[in-house]
Design a protein around this ligand. Structure first.
Ligand SMILES: C[S@@+](CC[C@H](N)C(=O)[O-])C[C@H]1O[C@@H](n2cnc3c(N)ncnc32)[C@H](O)[C@@H]1O
Length: 375
């Protein structure tokens, strides 16, 4: 017997035909009733499926607060806008520290699509920073109003529904989800014009030799979101942190099955049709692709660093050293810090892309170890 989300997908496919992989992923993750991000169980933390940097350690958000303070010297009434708020850990750590530093933003906007996560964010903010809750506002999407300040997207772009492609002697094909005798399966069909154009942009000037039946991903939502950020941002910076690679590493010869990864109960698998609606599905971020899109518009791509280098530039070690902990707390906090900094944890796999617009200040986060040439 199929479960409700399988039945829903089978019904759509029987009515409208095979689903583009990204449309399948959108339903699997974000359907109001059955999508993973709207399910009732916990998603984040030890009891959930995965942990992100702001949840792993409050020093992630506290460090980013230093860049906001730096930016505020040029933009007097700066705000913060976060794409995809998770459990609100980033908002809470940022606002707490900015209050201590007497540098609160005018508003803190969270763009969140999941109703369930919006409720979780509201509850956590009310519980943990009740005196600052009035600063936080929610929006379903970016508005085209002039925003001034800091936009931050942590593990947002990996969660956007992606396309998959297969390269073979028969040419480029795109992944669709089909239904045969009520069983969902992945099939490969001719690419759309939009996909072909984006593929050319993403792989332009690259000497890539795809082996026969090479599978990888290309995300058409990158363009939508970078353009929305560009329209919304009048003056300020956008920090994008995520696990991912530059083009060369993304389309590595040996990475023949792509970067798509599913997580269920802290265990990874590579089958998006397994436990649909109950497991997370994401793809590694192609930072070269994001950078090419940004260069084509008014955004100035000004930083590309590992998460380790980014946090070191922001003074994470000083923040840690200046905290007053007892021995037990220090041990716990140090382990959390290691989780976001060390190369074998999140320190190197996670990268940071920084975009700026109409800003003259020297950014703290890009002052050293900036590897823009690698994009
Ligand atoms: C992997 S989680 C990361 C959460 C948080 N940034 C963190 O680091 O803990 C992805 C977040 O992006 C949100 N999201 C995904 N697509 C979205 C969209 N189109 N609009 C707004 N939020 C979205 C999800 O609901 C979720 O809050």
């Amino acid at each position: 017997m199929n479960n409700p989300i399988d039945n829903h997908l089978n019904k759509i496919i029987s009515q409208k035909g095979d689903l583009l992989f990204s449309d399948f992923m959108d339903i699997a993750l974000y359907h109001d009733q059955y999508g993973y991000y709207n399910k009732q169980n916990s998603i984040f933390g030890a009891k959930g499926d995965f942990i992100t940097a702001p949840i792993a350690s409050s020093f992630f958000g506290e460090s980013i607060s230093n860049e906001f303070i730096n930016l505020s010297s040029e933009i007097k009434n700066a705000s913060i806008l976060e794409l995809g708020g998770g459990d609100a850990s980033l908002a809470i750590s940022l606002l707490k520290r900015l209050e201590e530093e007497d540098s609160l933003p005018v508003t803190y906007i969270i763009i969140e699509t999941s109703k369930q996560l919006k409720t979780l964010q509201k509850n956590n903010i009310k519980k943990l920073i009740p005196n600052l809750a009035h600063l936080v506002k929610w929006q379903k999407d970016l508005s085209e109003k002039s925003f001034e300040g800091l936009i931050i997207a942590n593990e947002f772009f990996d969660a956007l529904p992606s396309e998959r492609f297969k390269y073979s002697s028969e040419g480029l094909k795109m992944s669709y989800v089909s239904s045969i005798d009520h069983q969902l399966s992945e099939i490969w069909k001719e690419p759309t014009e939009e996909f072909k154009n984006e593929f050319v942009l993403a792989t332009d000037n690259m000497d890539i030799k795809f082996s026969e039946n090479y599978i990888s991903e290309l995300n058409l939502h990158y363009s939508t979101w970078v353009n929305k950020i560009n329209k919304a941002l009048e003056r300020g910076i956008c920090i994008i942190t995520d696990y991912g690679y530059n083009n060369k590493e993304y389309f590595l010869e040996d990475r023949t099955e792509g970067t798509l990864v599913c997580i269920y109960n802290h265990k990874a698998n590579f089958d998006p049709l397994y436990k649909i609606g109950e497991q997370d599905i994401s793809t590694f971020v192609n930072f070269s692709h994001l950078s090419k899109i940004s260069e084509n518009i008014d955004m100035d791509v000004c930083g590309y660093l590992t998460q380790y280098n980014f946090l070191i530039n922001l003074g994470i070690l000083n923040i840690f050293e200046n905290k007053k902990f007892d021995d037990k707390e220090k041990h716990i906090e140090l382990n959390r810090l290691k989780n976001i900094l060390l190369p074998n944890a999140m320190g190197e796999l996670f990268k940071v892309l920084i975009l700026k617009k109409n800003i003259n200040s020297q950014l703290l986060s890009t002052k050293e170890f900036n590897h823009l040439h690698k994009l």
